[in-house]
Design a binder for this molecule. Structure first.
Ligand SMILES: [Zn+2]
Length: 127
């Protein structure tokens, strides 16, 4: 019987506790989500591939926009190889005409020629 407010509160609290403990032992993320994320990554790669092929800057920017939308929607990290292929600020796809790449003091400096934002990336130890 959950007549008094105190009793229902106890029941509520213990339910919460049970839920939390089962969550810890069980699968934290539903496998469905992981499948979705895998598909999302594939799509992001495809979009960037398409962006690299097209000569239309507006279309390339649109591909970047879509890729970022997928990325934020499904909470996947942008793959490392794609992270410096677009401007994080204005979202334009970076190729020869829209970015200037220089090395300076142990860093690669990317200057977006659309919005003049500068991004720096340290050299990787492999190189
Ligand atoms: Zn920019």
């Amino acid at each position: 019987m959950l007549g008094t407010p105190a009793e229902s509160l106890v029941a509520w609290a213990s339910n919460g506790y049970i839920n939390r403990s089962t969550q810890q032992h069980g699968v934290r993320r539903p496998p469905e989500k992981q499948v979705q994320r895998k598909i999302a990554l594939e799509r992001i790669h495809t979009l960037f591939e398409q962006a690299s092929k097209t000569k239309d800057q507006k279309l390339a920017d649109r591909y970047v926009q879509l890729a970022r939308k997928i990325q934020t929607r499904l909470k996947v990290r942008m793959p490392a190889e794609l992270r410096y292929k677009y401007c994080k600020k204005c979202g334009s796809y970076w190729h020869q005409g829209t970015v200037r790449i220089r090395t300076r003091e142990g860093k690669v400096v990317f200057t977006c020629l659309v919005c003049k934002t500068i991004r720096r990336k340290p050299y990787s130890k492999r190189i």
